[in-house]
Design a binder for this molecule. Structure first.
Ligand code: ADP
Ligand code: PAZ
Ligand code: K
Length: 258
């Protein structure tokens, strides 16, 4: 069985793939100081709770936080005797090489999103990923990551208002009833919600225009359904897209004897 680990700047997600389906998905906050033993304590407790006894033979990791990779490698080695594939490292093969400026680093989550989306939908698409940052990851006709857009994440934007302005409270995002808010919280929610609707529409339209092609738009991340409520922004919403991409890259490595 394959353990897929997707480590974002806010949350780290573990999923076990049995070759046909994901058996379970567990989420914890990302902390670079978490030790291999702490990962195991957390993970094995949840597995016991759900009465899952996996036979983990392979591990693949995507991490947007470089510092956590060391402890995840130790975790994989100590507890499963497995050398993990780490997306973005030279010893993890990619089905398609990213086509970006020389010397630039691409977030591994974005490469994984492009691979996962290409596997399900073919080439020429935009993945909108609502994470700590909101990213637009563009995959070309052959499925390669060819670039994209990085915008501040939804919660990050709300937090920034709260941090910088003494009179603005911490608020959670929801769809406001009206555009014109009649209290502080409603005003802030309106700014972020409708601002994001505009941002998503404008960026996707401009990407399509720039590439002179119609492109499928796939959304992932917890907040995708919230924005899809109002308008037809996405062709499809796939919460497990990054995890699926990890299984695709793992399969590619196996098929190529890596
Ligand atoms: N279902 C959800 N509802 C509301 N907020 C969410 C949901 N899922 C994620 N978020 C928020 O989106 C932000 C990023 O989430 P996540 O996808 O875990 O980011 P990352 O992959 O960068 O770690 C967090 O601030 C989190 O609170
Ligand atoms: C853009 C990101 C911060 C998004 O990370 P996330 O929101 O998933 O935590 C991450 O993909 C990253 O650090 N990228 C490196 C720069 C790039 O992709 O061009
Ligand atoms: K992400």
């Amino acid at each position: 069985m394959l353990l897929c680990i997707d480590c974002g700047n806010t949350n780290t997600v573990f999923s076990i793939w049995d070759g046909e389906k994901f058996l379970c998905t567990f989420r914890t906050s990302t902390h670079h100081a978490r030790t291999s033993d702490a990962y195991f304590t957390w993970f094995s407790t949840l597995l016991n709770h759900h009465r899952i006894e996996p036979d983990i033979t392979d591990v693949i990791i995507s991490s947007t936080v470089p510092r956590v990779v060391f402890n995840l490698r130790v975790f994989s080695d100590q507890y499963y005797g497995v050398r993990p594939y780490v997306v973005g490292k030279p010893d993890c093969l990619l089905p398609q090489q990213p086509r970006v400026d020389q010397g630039t680093t691409v977030g591994p989550d974005r490469i994984v999103n492009a691979a996962g989306a290409f596997d399900r939908h073919g080439g020429n698409l935009i993945v909108v990923d609502f994470g700590t940052a909101t990213t637009f990851d563009v995959a070309g006709r052959d499925g390669a990551y060819v670039g994209g857009v990085i915008a501040p994440g939804v919660n990050l934007s709300l937090e920034a208002l709260h941090m910088a302005a003494a009179a603005l409270p911490h608020v959670d995002i929801t769809k406001p009833q009206r555009v014109v808010g009649t209290n502080t919280v409603a005003c802030m929610q309106s700014g972020i919600f409708w601002g994001y609707i505009g941002l998503i529409k404008e960026i996707c339209a401009r990407i399509k225009e720039e590439r002179d092609q119609d492109m499928k738009i796939i959304a992932t991340g917890g907040l995708a359904p919230l924005f899809a409520q109002t308008e037809d922004l996405f062709d499809v919403i796939e919460p497990d897209l990054t995890m699926h991409g990890l299984t695709v890259i793992h399969k590619y490595n196996k098929e190529n004897d890596n």
